[in-house]
Design a protein around this ligand. Sequence first.
Ligand code: ZN
Length: 154
Amino acid sequence: MDVRELYRDVILDHNRSPRNFGRLEPADASAVGHNPLCGDALSVTLRLDGDRLSEMRFNGQGCAISIASASLMSEAVSGKSLKDVEALYREVHALLTEASHVPSIPLGKLMALGGVREYPARVKCASLCWHTLNAALHQSADAGAPPTVSTEQS
Ligand code: ZN
């Protein structure tokens, strides 16, 4: 299956029936992310078990790509060590932004996100959930309100 076919099938599937949609209450960490260019707004909640991300859910509103990307991410990161989550975050970022990137770890269905490169305006839609997850993982335990990230901040 080529990336274009994979892209269409996987994005359609995960947009139609998003996995891990909802909120964890209570959660060990959370963050909110906005992509003002498209209007995507997602929140991520997660539970940690030592240095493992045991469970992650997301909710909010967004375009098909932002929802499908968050759904794919939730499947990919659940149960992974924080080190592996960090590695996935870096790989997906490279996949979304570098045309000839060859992943150094198996990405499975996440490879479908590479299809977004054909639509540069949508790259931020696909990366929003990853930035939001990253913010949640780096919030300090007693920071109070969950961090908010925007694709237009940096
Ligand atoms: Zn979007």
